[in-house]
Design a protein around this ligand. Structure first.
Ligand code: HMG
Ligand code: MG
Length: 308
């Protein structure tokens, strides 16, 4: 591959990026096949070994809502001490209790920028979601945990259509201000485009947030995820969520497909000379192995190209 250094791009790009791996959580939550707990543990361990600095492992949500991750406690027990460093999704105080029992150190709450998705994903109205998150974050912080906040449907919603930037900023800031250290902006159904990404990042910065407090979470439904990541890089964003092999989706938003593939992101960052610390071959090997467990090929173009 020809390496085009970042300095030669039209705008200076960050010199290094953190990849927040969501494959074991976002990737597996939507799969028809239920993956064995041992294989999930192996997946997490392989991703860590491949150099991914953060691996979101599972969700402490209601097991009936997401049966694929109903083994969250077993998985974390299996991972033992090393597993406690991995973030897990927690929607409420019941989820927090479960995470605290296992000694977890990082949780992620997940709010919605729209009324309809709040109802469908959390069984709460847009306002009610804050009443659920507020005591959850307060107790987590008091117990010394780090909290990430997600905001979903930032670029469009399958039921409500376009979502005004002001609405996303207002909900996102409110979630962040509960006591989070990072806010991840989710394009849950993958409809965002590069200019929209710039507008949203500008709006958050205009509302007082720093780019190092923001992460981008792109799904690739319309094939825009990588272009959107590049656009965000140009705005100074340095944390990107991605999923090994491009697995992913949300069971409560049918139009949500796979996440930005970790391998596709790594390929682009390497080409730009941006540090990421990830061993591409090891992630590809892991995705091919997981594709075998799931019984379907990886949707990632880079995995297909390199695995052949
Ligand atoms: P609810 O039914 O309203 O819950 O669900 P509730 O508070 O009324 O409680 C009902 C019962 O559930 C109670 O038990 C609770 O104890 C129990 P009972 O007293 O009847 O025996 N319960 C729980 N049990 C285990 N763990 C829990 C828990 N909470 C309550 N945490 C709830 C509300 C939020 C729990 C439910 O809607 C839920 O679990 N939703 C999760 C949906 C989900 O995981 N979606 C996918 C993740 S979001 C995503 O993918 C987007 C993202 O990737 C970013 C992007 O792409 O944009 C992050
Ligand atoms: Mg997602």
């Amino acid at each position: 591959m020809v390496e085009v250094r970042a300095e030669r791009a039209s705008k200076p790009l960050p010199s290094s990026v953190t990849i927040y791996e969501v494959g074991p959580r976002d990737g597996l939550q939507n799969e028809k096949a239920v993956v064995a707990t041992e294989d999930k543990a192996e997946f997490v361990r392989r991703l860590v070994t491949a150099g991914l600095p953060v691996v979101e492992a599972t969700s402490f949500v209601h097991p009936k809502w997401v049966p694929q991750l109903a083994d969250a406690a077993d998985l974390m027990t299996m991972l033992g001490e090393e597993g406690r460093a991995h973030p897990v999704l927690v929607p409420n105080e019941r989820g927090l209790d479960r995470a605290l029992e296992l000694g977890m150190k990082h949780i992620a709450i997940f709010g919605s920028a729209t009324e309809t998705f709040a109802q469908k994903n959390l069984n709460r109205s847009l306002d009610e979601q804050f009443a659920m998150f507020e005591p959850t974050v307060a107790r987590a912080r008091a117990a010394g945990l780090d909290v990430r906040a997600y905001v979903s449907m930032c670029f469009g919603d399958p039921w409500e259509g376009a979502v005004p930037v002001d609405q996303v900023v207002s909900v996102g800031k409110r979630l962040f201000d509960l006591g989070a250290s990072e806010l991840s902006l989710g394009d849950t159904i993958g409809v965002g485009t590069a200019g929209h990404v710039k507008d949203l990042v500008h709006a958050f910065v205009g509302a007082g947030m720093r780019t190092d407090q923001l992460a981008m979470h792109f799904h690739d439904t319309y094939g825009q995820a990588l272009a959107n990541a590049f656009s965000a890089l140009q705005e100074g964003i340095t944390t990107f969520d991605a999923s090994a092999g491009g697995l992913g989706g949300c069971p409560y938003a049918k139009s949500a497909t796979g996440n930005l593939a970790t391998e596709d992101l790594v390929w682009m960052l390497t080409g730009l000379g941006i540090e990421h610390g990830v061993d591409l071959d090891a992630v590809v090997e892991t995705s091919v192995w997981m594709a075998g467990r799931l019984g379907r090929p990886s949707p990632s173009a880079v995995v297909r190209a390199l695995a052949g």
